[in-house]
Write a protein that binds this ligand. Structure first.
Ligand code: UDP
Length: 412
């Protein structure tokens, strides 16, 4: 059963909840169609699963639609994704063609009577071709870090983006020179979801047992899609360096997303480098929310050594469970892992190994950072915060032409 807004009072207070209801009241039964490219796996699907019911509860009429595409389309969009994240990537002319054509085939998915159409990430961007058949306002919700985007790919996509009314980015450094309004808002996690709600310790123990992880010895954990940008190989190397000095186990848990064709290759590469019984590489089905919840709760330290990271919901999830996080010094991780306060930011394998050793040897520091981490999430990154900022964007869309807005972002 879905949570109701009132269920969040214990963390946000009655005032915040009333404000959300009041803001929603100004909007009325607005028809908001969200369109993305996967129903499960990855952060976008994770958020939509929880945001849609809550938007419904406050009186909006949200809808979630997933576009369809062939393998060649997802190969193309994964290559775009890597290139937008600044990774050197070969992209054929054919990939651009497939991208456009798949867009055309999905045009009928646009709800003609929508008031607002929200396109998530680059995959469904060409659906904006259907714009003239609607009277909707069009919003591009970008979840990735565009600060070092490959100019060829961004130059191509930008032609679509400029036909929207507005774009939403996580962070100021991701904004672009596009002639449309841009909003900044950071995502959030749902404390009441299977992924994040409290679990009895017996259940945590059972999950460890199932995966043959020893509950008596320290556990280092990274949860991620198997993706080079999440640097699972770097985590493995850091673990090896630590292991020479300190007893610990490493769990690399992840699964695929239906719009990410690279996962299997990266998973196999990680597996091929493991020669230690204390390393557990777990390929989990997409509905493994309770298992991930349990692993995050059982972890001594959570690692997210990404090379690029739009936001990093897994970091938020771990912090909510009171864990110190050692994170790559990139993107949205930097807004969550406050260096020396909620965890440590690292730039190298050596840096990661150093901080792991430091935290393993200092339970008091771990405890303090974990508490601070949870409080940061409580105050900024819970789902109702995100809903509130969304409502503000929907209201602001009525009054366009204002440039860049920051919503719920603290000053730098
Ligand atoms: N996730 C999951 N199963 C996996 C790997 C990840 O459910 O095997 C979830 C994870 O808990 C988080 C989301 O997918 O909620 C990943 O979001 P994030 O922003 O960290 O990264 P993305 O995959 O969007 O790049």
């Amino acid at each position: 059963m879905s949570a109701t807004l009132g269920d969040y009072v214990e963390w946000l207070g009655q005032g915040e909840i009333r404000e959300i209801e009041r803001l929603a009241g100004f909007l009325g039964p607005l028809r908001v169609q969200h369109i993305n490219s996967t129903a499960e796996g990855g952060g976008v699907a994770e958020i939509l699963h929880r945001l849609i019911p809550l938007k419904k509860e406050v009186g909006l009429h949200p809808q979630w639609t997933v576009i369809e595409g062939e393998q060649a389309f997802f190969d193309a969009t994964k290559a775009f994704h890597n290139a937008l994240h600044g990774r050197r990537t070969e992209i054929s002319r054919e990939a651009f063609h497939v991208f456009r054509e798949t867009g055309k085939k999905n045009l009928n998915k646009v709800q003609r009577d929508a008031d607002v159409v929200v396109i998530h990430d680059p995959q469904p961007l060409p659906l904006v071709e259907a714009r003239d058949q609607t009277r909707a306002r069009w919003v591009w919700r970008c979840h990735i870090d565009l600060s070092e985007a490959d100019p060829r790919v961004w130059g191509f996509l930008r032609g679509f983006v400029e036909r929207f009314d507005a774009a939403i980015f996580h962070l100021p450094e991701y904004t672009q020179h596009v002639g449309i309004d841009q909003y900044l808002l950071m995502p959030a996690i749902d404390p009441l979801s299977e992924k994040n709600r409290d679990l009895p310790s017996g259940e945590v123990q059972k999950v460890l047992e199932r995966f043959s992880v020893d509950p008596e010895r320290p556990i280092l954990l990274q949860v991620s899609r198997f993706d080079y940008l999440k640097d699972p190989l770097g985590v493995l190397e850091a673990y090896r360096k630590v292991k020479r000095w300190a007893d610990c186990q490493l769990v690399l848990a992840g699964g695929g997303a239906s719009d990410d064709p690279e996962g299997e290759r990266v998973y196999r590469e990680v597996l091929s480098r493991v020669d230690d019984a204390d390393v557990h590489v777990l390929q989990l089905p997409p509905d493994s929310h309770r298992e991930i919840n349990a692993l995050q709760r059982a972890a001594t330290i959570v690692i997210q050594k990404s090379i690029k990271e739009g936001f990093g919901l897994v970091v938020t999830e771990a912090m909510w469970k009171g864990k110190p996080v050692i994170g790559g010094n990139v993107g949205g991780i930097r807004r969550q892992v406050l260096h020396g306060v909620t965890g440590f930011l690292v730039n190298t394998v050596e840096g990661a190994a150093f901080r792991i050793r430091q935290l393993l040897s200092d339970p008091v520091l771990r405890q303090r950072m974990g508490e601070q981490a949870r409080e940061l999430v409580r105050s900024r990154f819970l789902l109702p915060h995100y809903l509130r900022n969304w409502l503000l964007v929907l209201l602001a869309l009525r009054n366009p032409g204002r440039g860049v807005f920051r919503l719920g972002l603290p000053a730098d």
